[in-house]
Design a binder for this molecule. Structure first.
Ligand SMILES: *[C@@H]1O[C@H](CO)[C@@H](O)[C@H](O)[C@H]1NC(C)=O
Length: 261
């Protein structure tokens, strides 16, 4: 009678309690996972948003290119004792902002992993005023001015007009100028011969989109002559393949950086 009523009540409250605990656990797991690409796990333990990483923005770095002053805007994440430095260039329709915003968050991603990252606005793009410096000398000046240490260079599309002259300017010392090269279907690869590519001892991650049948295929055809390369085709991705497959793009980059460290 009375007892069964008490038991009945206890069962009900037990069910409610269990419901609350299970619900709470599910809610915690869901919310800590957050919104897809903007979050990540570090060592499988602490969970933090990559968007929490501080990005420094500079609009008026002055670099000396063969005696000519060129103004460069850039974005940067820094850490104590970086694993390596990474310099991000960009394509015609893009700018440094591309690497720090949806859907990429690339600077924050690699900043969190312990790399120093810098993305510049090439002359005439983003916040960098128009200028026509010698491309190789320009990158040399930026790298010198920002004290980047033989940075890995990520070079999509139009930025090939800077990265390729920089790499081919001094192939003998290329490793002290660039620790690794990540071309993403850059332009002008056809300006250099198979023999020139064969002499370029920089480790490369050649990455392009499956649907990029023009510049992607042309650049692949030239880069296949590099002696030290990893070739990655991103399934279903277009010319700016990183935008279509940010997570895969990052994980291939991570594996490559670990390998050349
Ligand atoms: C490639 O060749 C074209 C045509 O000669 C030239 O305009 C361009 O500056 C060259 N670019 C590079 C990166 O070598």
């Amino acid at each position: 009678m009375n007892t069964s009523g008490v038991i009945q009540l206890n069962k009900t409250s037990q069910v409610i309690l269990i419901g609350l605990v299970v619900g709470g656990i599910i809610w915690f797991k869901m919310s800590s996972r957050g919104s897809g690409s903007s979050t990540m796990e570090v060592g499988g333990a602490s969970v933090a948003k990559v968007t929490d990483v501080v990005v420094k923005e500079v609009k008026d770095l002055k670099v000396d290119v063969n005696g000519e002053a060129v103004i460069v805007a850039y974005r940067e994440t820094s850490v104590d004792k970086p694993k390596m430095d990474i310099l991000f260039l960009h394509g015609q329709a893009f700018k440094s902002l591309t690497w720090v915003s949806e859907p990429m968050w690339t600077l924050q991603h690699f900043g969190k992993l312990g790399y120093r990252t810098v993305a510049i606005d090439l002359p005439g793009f983003g916040d960098s005023p128009r200028a026509t410096p010698d491309p190789a000398a320009f990158l040399e000046a930026v790298i010198r001015e920002l004290k980047l240490n033989a940075p890995v260079i990520v070079s999509p599309s139009m930025s090939g007009s800077y990265s390729l002259p920089y790499l081919f300017k001094d192939t003998k010392h290329v490793l002290s100028r660039c620790r690794g090269y990540i071309p993403v279907a850059p332009v002008y690869t056809e300006n250099y011969t198979a023999k020139q590519y064969a002499s370029l001892q920089v480790p490369a991650l050649v990455i392009y989109g499956e649907k990029d049948v023009t510049i992607g295929k042309v650049s692949l055809n030239n880069f296949k002559n590099l002696p030290k390369k990893t070739i990655v085709e991103l399934e279903g991705a277009r010319h700016p393949c990183y935008l279509d497959r940010p997570d895969e793009f990052h994980s291939h980059m991570e594996a490559f950086l670990e390998k050349i460290r």
